[in-house]
Design a protein around this ligand. Sequence first.
Ligand code: M6R
Length: 604
Amino acid sequence: MCGIVGILGNSSAVPRMMDSLKRLEYRGYDSAGVATVAGGSLDRRRAPGKLSALGDVLASNPLEGNSGIGHTRWATHGEPTINNAHPHMTERVAIVHNGIIENFKALKDELKAAGINFEGDTDTEVVARLMTRYLDDGLPPRAAFQETLGRLEGAFALCVLVAGEDNLMFGAREGSPLVIGLGDGENYLGSDAMALAGLSNQLIYMEEGDWVELTRDQYQIYSAANEPVDRTVSFSQVAATMIDKGNHRHFMQKEIYEQPTVVAQALGRYLDPIGGVVKLPDLSFNLAAVPKITLVACGTSFYAAQVARYWIEQIARVPVDVDIASEFRYRDPVYADGGLAIFISQSGETMDTLSALRHAKAAGQHIASIVNVTGSTMARESDLVMPIHAGPEVGVASTKAFTCQLAVLAAFTIKLASAKGEIDDTQVADYVAELEHAPALMAKILNADQQIETIAQDIAGARDILFVGRGIYYPIAMEGALKLKEISYIHAEGYAAGELKHGPIALIDENVPVIGIAPKGGLSEKTVSNLQEIMARKGKVVLFSDDEVPPADMYAHVAMPTAGDLISPILYALPVQLLAYYAAVEKGTDVDMPRNLAKSVTVE
Ligand code: M6R
């Protein structure tokens, strides 16, 4: 949430910051701004709305300087107006911030009582005015920054420029991620590896409570106790070229259509098709002894967890709890001794999921994370990290991360079931072979997207749409509804098909399309009966199924390939993604940056 970049460079900072902010815009797009220090003077440009609006401002009113900080905002405190846009600046400092300063009200009251005026409503402006006060009191920049940090409560990543100091920048990390990038006679700060992709591939992930003083040639990191500390330099594999739409109209479209490739990539890291076995990273605990699994995640990652519950319970026969991360620790969960808690997150930075991870860790659970961003906080705080290898996901609506999460969770399930003695080597090899087949079937579905595009165009005018499925397809129904509502703004709900008659069927009339997800076998007959009940009430049913003889009188039937039970949920994720994508395109919404959302949710 909110993107930050800082450059202490040797050439004009603004074009480089704008390039970086373009890659960061997925983190928030309510407003954007940049500030530089040149010849000792601070100056800034800001604009509400998308980054392109800031580009227009800079075109008519350029900003000089080789040292700068930039920001894309997802609003927390204060509307997305120009006054609330970052950087927040006084005559002495310019600051960009990601996170929430929880005690900002008390600090603001204190500063106001001292006669200090504010121009906006943000919590960040408090930080700028507080540090200015310490500088006015005569503290040198480092001490003023340190004093300021000591007063802040909450979650924040900060990046600060100081007037009169063209070769100085401060950064701090407490709850929100911040990365240092090392260059040749230049140094940088950024929210993540994507921010720094065009600038540096030598990264240092700051740890909780760390702060840093940077010049072009040097950097010194300090711990929360203000002790100088060394942190590991890692090599980033995120290249600027990976964050490109290519020939696609939207990142979401690109990410949907690259799923056969990235799922194959992910499976390649976990499966040995020749030996017919699953390979997991080294474990510091005994999988066979795990008595219970807790799966925790948000949004789309939560639906991946729900699918995994069916797999783990049915194949490995291990009891599973699944929780929405924002609710998890507040229900005071009962953990099993020696239990394994798995946190699923594309970004690895979602605050709710991270807080849940820390709760489980404090309770002595073994901690595993399934993440896309391997340098993320969740990965760094886990005993076992299972990367999903999806490559950078830029579209706010998660697509390829979902199917890659499922691929990894399926591989994990096989390994667990084998460790538990629930399946023998032949069954393991059969499951491995089935999973290996998924990318080819995914490609087949995506090649037949024309029918789904037409259906999406037909239903895009609906006010409400329901998605229904049973068993393992119930979470796919919920994922379909989430995808549709977040990018097309059509109200949608996912229901267990059998639950409709307990209330939601009252919504059905000829104006409510219902999307049924019902592969042949298992509970499909029951789902189809539920769909018949909808059709009997004039509901417009679209069925995704491999059943060659679907019920008559349906509005549409999308023929799916027949596949094994393990990979079917992965395959059925695709048509619901396509439906949402094409409905949003038909409605003309901003597919990659839907209103009110941000990609990485680093506030509670
Ligand atoms: O990075 P995470 O997987 O932790 O993100 C979780 C959710 O915020 C995310 O899946 C969100 O629901 C997406 N916008 C869904 O498309």
